[in-house]
Design a protein around this ligand. Structure first.
Ligand code: SF4
Length: 351
């Protein structure tokens, strides 16, 4: 690590910000030594706010129908090889019931942009979950919706919302999405969610086709300005039936480097060690935690549909990735030097 890298890292740890070009230089000139220093500072920062706690969220993949055609996604509408499913509200309730029994206190309802799940269907469902388990948090992750729809879900009891921005560069956004999707609209959705009082999660893929250090630097500047409560990043992983099926996967090493950087930009952020990281590398989850992540999201979806929610190839959905194997996951988290915590785990600043 040269002098300049070390200066940038120490300044980032001190001020929680850098110029966009400085982020790009940090990424381009990274080496194992600079990654180690960043991770050390990131872990110390996380410890300040969260001690050794790693929070869990129960992930329920409610539908793999989607009206969109994102070039990287295995459940895009034009993938004819995808077996479509949709959980009924009753099935979602029984996932929550099982999850609650296993100790989960946050349910992430993730799905494609499925027209079936209108506000009139989602709001009663959210209300019922909150009424039956008032100590639980409901986090929809259902893509772009109207401001009015976000307001209705919020009024029904949703506390958080996850919507990855995917890339903060408009041209790169256009390269990853079909023409009918708009960067401005995606950013507008994030602003609406923030205005409506949600705890908001953004995020992006690392190593998506065409991505450069300059694109990633813009993502980091966006995160610095937006100050999300959650931020999901994971390596890009190709899915064979998509236009990007032949592309190389993203890097786990760079993902971990960026987890450390994001921890230093927004010290109190809730930062998952994502399933994609665990799919790329059997120890990806642990490496993510050791780089500064503090959330894991095991799968609570019914076993019968888990293989169908294939955003990318070879996605892990059993073993420690399964909510039913919570004890094994707790053991692995403990072995990495942390403690698995089942409570709601709000962002420290909102407590
Ligand atoms: S990334 Fe999301 S919006 Fe895009 S096709 Fe996949 S599920 Fe649909």
């Amino acid at each position: 690590m040269d002098r300049r890298q070390e200066t940038l890292i120490r300044r980032l740890a001190e001020n929680h910000r850098l110029e966009t070009e400085e982020y790009a230089a940090l990424i381009r000139e990274r080496d194992p030594e600079s990654a180690a220093l960043l991770a050390e500072l990131a872990v110390a920062e996380r410890r300040k706010w969260y001690g050794d706690a790693v929070y869990t969220r129960g992930l329920i993949e409610i539908s793999n129908h989607c009206r969109n055609d994102c070039c990287y996604c295995g459940i895009r509408r034009s993938n004819r090889n995808c077996d479509r499913y949709r959980l009924t509200p009753e099935e979602i309730m029984s996932c929550c019931e099982e999850g609650y029994g296993l100790g989960f206190r946050t349910f992430v309802m993730q799905g494609g942009e499925d027209g079936y799940y209108t506000d009139d269907r989602l709001c009663p469902l959210i209300r019922e979950i909150k009424a039956r388990w008032p100590d639980c948090d409901v986090t929809p992750s259902l893509g772009e919706r109207s401001r009015e729809s976000y307001a209705r879900l919020r009024a029904a009891g949703a506390d958080r919302y996850l919507l990855r921005h995917e890339t903060a560069d408009p041209d790169h956004y256009a390269a990853l999405h079909p023409p009918e999707m708009s960067f401005q609209h995606r950013m507008g959705c994030l602003k609406d969610l923030r205005d409506l009082g949600y705890q908001v999660g953004c995020g992006f893929m690392v190593g998506s086709p065409g991505q450069t250090a300059e694109h990633l630097a813009k993502d980091l500047t966006f995160i610095e300005k937006f100050q999300p409560e959650m931020c999901g990043i994971g390596p890009f992983l190709p899915q064979k039936d998509t236009p990007f099926g032949g592309e190389a996967p993203g890097s786990g090493e760079l993902t971990c480097f960026l987890l450390s950087v994001i921890r230093l930009i927004v010290p109190r952020v809730l930062l998952p060690a994502t399933t994609a990281l665990g799919t790329l590398d059997p120890f990806g989850r642990e490496k993510g935690l050791m780089a500064g992540a503090n959330v894991v999201m095991p799968n609570l979806s019914p076993m019968s549909v888990r293989q169908e929610y294939a955003l990318y190839d070879n996605k892990i959905a059993t073993g420690e990735e399964s909510a039913q194997s919570r004890d094994r996951l707790a053991e692995r988290v403990r072995n990495a030097g942390f403690r698995l915590v089942m409570d709601r785990g709000d962002c420290a600043r909102s407590e």
